[in-house]
Design a protein around this ligand. Structure first.
Ligand code: ADP
Length: 470
């Protein structure tokens, strides 16, 4: 536990994580921009060569067409390239100058013939030259091709264009990029701060509330806010708080109830033992009566302690089911038969409405306890007529067993709590059989079997407790 918390303390906070992430993002963005700038010049150069070569090839392919002069003009102006086309002997057939005599092919510095010689001499029939034009003070590109067969050429085409000096532009862009990267970094950090604040504020609030809840304050309000996940967390914790508070109250009630129920018989035991010692010891009739009370109270104590132990065993899973096939009709008839003798002496009437015999798989010992607990409760809480009705109703996939009484019934808001381990109604009667754990044991056994169960009740008319065995 301690180790865990130490570890957690060493971890980065949400704010640091976000700030680091944004810094990383800004760094990557800047790096990408820089990389692009590094490759910008070579890419531009390659692009320029490819464009000019493509243009040359287009003009080669259309050589001899009727509108060839127009084609040359269009291409030269749209690409800003000077073009000269000669016949096989080097006589100029077409010429387009887009640089006002400032290129290598036109004007007084006529490099046309040296370039033609170079093209003639080339093995591939193509030349691509990067020439520094001293007069212009710029790098220029010369692309030439032989038209037709290299051995017997139809003519020659030469193109010349300026390679824009982009060095200054690139270095300027580098500075701008650096600026952008810095701005990105600052903006990123500010966003990270705002975002982390928005994200962490509800978490911090919820953590503080959880701390208060852990100290036993179940009135703590969990406040989400900001975003859906925080709201959901707050809602879930509120629900958990509600449940913990409920269990806590029930646990307190149980301890209060159990200690009350333990103290009452213990007080009785002591009182009657003292009475026998001081008063009735020599009077056999009184002594026998007092001893009878002691025996009954001991039984009650034993029952209570047994119920508590049984329930805890059922709930912690240490009690396994010993299942077998059981015929419901015969089994219920037997249980109710055994009941009848005792309860009818006390004026109770237990009637059984059977259905056709049906086999179910269950632990008969434990399921008998369920039926007995339900019948005991029905006897305890039934009305003036002292009637209890047990029914077997065969359903499509099993058997429904119902125990009905004609008592005061249970209020609607209590129905949900009735099977709770620690729940006891205010009108619980000590003088009747039961420890206050009966229905909790019923629930535990039925859950272990996987049987559905429930209760319906109408105030003034009585209650029906049921379960469905398969
Ligand atoms: P106990 O009967 O010993 O109090 P149970 O767990 O069997 O304990 O029952 C829990 C509560 O459910 C009882 O205190 C009682 O208020 C209510 N209850 C159970 N069965 C009935 C019934 N048939 N009619 C009315 N109330 C009932």
């Amino acid at each position: 536990m301690r180790r865990g918390s130490k570890k957690a303390r060493r971890r980065f906070s949400l704010r640091t994580w976000l700030a680091l992430s944004f810094m990383l993002f800004s760094f990557i963005a800047a790096a990408v921009l820089f990389l692009e700038l590094i490759f910008f010049a070579p890419l531009y150069y390659t692009f320029k060569i490819r464009e000019t070569r493509h243009m040359t090839e287009t003009l080669m392919d259309t050589y001899g067409s009727e509108d060839y002069a127009d084609r040359i003009r269009t291409q030269a102006f749209s690409n800003q390239v000077c073009v000269t086309v000669t016949d096989a002997r080097g006589r100029v057939l077409y010429s387009e100058d887009v640089m006002g005599g400032n290129c290598l092919l036109h004007g007084w510095r006529n490099y046309l013939y040296p370039l033609l010689s170079e093209l003639e001499a080339s093995e591939s029939g193509n030349i691509t030259l990067s020439v520094f034009d001293e007069q212009l003070g710029m790098e220029t590109l010369v692309v030439g091709s032989v038209i037709g067969d290299a051995a017997e050429p139809d003519g020659y085409i030469l193109c010349n264009t300026i390679i824009e000096p982009i060095g200054t532009t690139v270095s300027l862009l580098k500075r701008v990029t650096l600026g952008i990267a810095l701005v990105l970094l600052v903006v990123g950090l500010v966003i990270a701060m705002i975002l982390s604040d928005r994200l962490s504020r509800p978490i911090i609030r919820i953590t503080q509330s959880a701390g208060r809840m852990a100290q036993g304050d179940y009135t703590t309000v969990f406040q989400g806010g900001g975003y859906r996940e925080a709201d959901e967390l707050a809602r879930t914790l509120s629900y958990a708080e509600h449940e913990i508070a409920r269990v806590d109250t029930m646990q307190r009630d149980l301890i209060a109830n159990v200690s009350h129920d333990l103290r009452t018989p213990l007080t009785m035991l002591k009182a009657y033992a003292e009475m026998i010692r001081d008063l009735s010891g020599d009077n056999p009739v009184k002594r026998a009566a007092h001893l009878q009370v002691i025996i009954e109270e001991t039984d009650r104590l034993t029952m209570l302690v047994t119920d508590i132990l049984d329930l805890s065993k059922l709930e912690n899973g240490s009690q396994k089911l010993e299942t077998q096939e059981v015929g419901v009709r015969a089994w219920l008839t037997d249980i109710i038969g055994r009941y009848k003798g005792i309860s009818e002496q006390m004026g109770y009437h237990i009637s059984f409405t059977p259905d056709e015999e049906r086999m179910i798989t269950c632990d008969p010992g434990k399921l008998e306890r369920v039926v007995c607990n339900l019948i005991n409760n029905a006897i305890n809480y039934t009305g003036e007529d002292k009637c209890v009705y047990v029914s077997q109703i065969n359903t499509e996939d099993g058997v429904r067993i119902e125990v009905r009484d004609t008592g005061a019934g249970i209020e609607e808001d209590k129905l949900g709590k009735i099977f709770d381990k620690y729940y006891r109604s205010e009108n619980h009667r000590r003088e009747t059989v039961g420890t206050g754990l009966g229905l909790s044991i019923v629930k535990a056994i039925l859950k272990l079997h996987g049987f559905r169960y429930g209760v319906r009740s109408k105030l003034g008319e009585g209650s029906v407790f049921w379960f469905e065995a398969r």
